[in-house]
Unconditional design. Structure first.
Length: 316
């Protein structure tokens, strides 16, 4: 319109001050980052009172993978699903996500429900200890493999056919005989609900976290924990705390090329401590961001948890 490029989706401002919705409107600044966008056909559904944008196939069959966006005519709530870019620049820590996002424009509240794949270099023996500890917990609840966000998110990541085969195998045998190569991530999270916090300029998790697999180990269990992805001009930060019970936990933090990890499990910590400087450093191509992992302290974990608790108390 008037030679202006129009957008349909959710955008993160370059300064990470806020997320805003665009529905056939201009983005505020050229540098704003698209979190989710949809293109194809525009259709008004009289029954649901929603304007919908997606491919023709997905508008006809909503269960199909592909990016989709709708705007309610009266509530002005924006909903989108498909592949989601969190806009986080975390160097050698790679995040790949799919799921859905809802923007309540009246309250200016943004909620995401995701399948989240994490890839980063770390001591494999330590990760295997973590996987075994979660699998050995007899009290944790299993992940709901029929949850719509999970089935659709999985289809976005590996394709609908393979996703259906994988879900059927888990239903029949209770676990996967072998993790598909496409899902061999450092950690694959099946259930992650995030909320955008404008004050902290961060995504913060809400509720339990579902763990699908760690490396090649099948888990599919729910655990307590917190995830935070902080947007900063000096470099984005990532935090993850997973708790089997108050006495058994794992903590990771990443910023500016340094991943730190710690656990209540002494063997986990010992492996990290005893990893030599050559093996704790990732070999990267010229021009790429450096990366190494190191042991964290329990105080660093406690400070992260305290920050969460303080903010939650203030909201109450």
């Amino acid at each position: 319109i008037n030679k202006n490029e129009l957008f349909a989706g959710l955008m993160l401002t370059k300064d990470s001050a806020h997320i805003y919705s665009a529905f056939l409107t201009k983005r505020k600044k050229y540098s704003d980052i698209s979190i989710l966008s949809a293109s194809g056909y525009l259709y008004y559904d009289k029954h649901s009172k929603k304007y919908k944008i997606s491919s023709k196939d997905k508008l006809d069959e909503f269960y199909l993978p592909g990016n989709y966006l709708d705007l309610h005519k009266y509530s002005c709530n924006l909903f989108g699903e498909g592949k989601i870019n969190l806009g986080a620049n975390l160097g050698q820590l790679k995040l790949t996500s799919a799921g859905n996002i809802t923007h309540n424009m009246k309250k200016n509240e943004i909620e995401l429900d995701l399948v989240l794949a994490m890839d980063f270099y770390f001591a494999e023996q330590a990760l295997e200890i973590m996987a075994a500890a979660i699998n050995n917990d007899i009290y944790s609840e299993p992940v709901d493999i029929d949850r719509e966000t999970y089935t659709k998110g999985l289809a976005e990541l590996i394709g609908a056919t393979q996703a259906d085969e994988m879900t059927s195998e888990i239903s029949l045998y209770g676990e996967l005989k072998k993790i598909p190569k496409e899902l061999e991530h450092t950690i694959l999270l099946t259930d992650v609900k995030l909320e955008w916090n404008t004050e902290t300029r961060s995504y913060r998790s809400v509720g339990q976290i579902g763990i699908g697999n760690i490396l090649k180990t099948h888990i599919f269990r729910l655990v307590d924990g917190h995830i935070e992805i902080v947007k900063k001009r000096s470099g984005d930060h990532f935090y993850m705390y997973l708790q089997i019970d108050p006495a058994n936990w794992f903590f990771f933090s990443y910023r500016n090329g340094l991943m730190i990890g710690a656990s209540s499990d002494k063997n986990f910590n010992t492996i990290i401590i005893e990893t030599g400087p050559d093996k704790s450093k990732l070999k990267v191509e010229r021009g790429e961001k450096p990366y190494r992992f190191y042991i964290a302290t329990e105080r660093q974990k406690d400070l992260f948890l305290k920050r969460f608790e303080v903010d939650e108390e203030e909201e109450e």
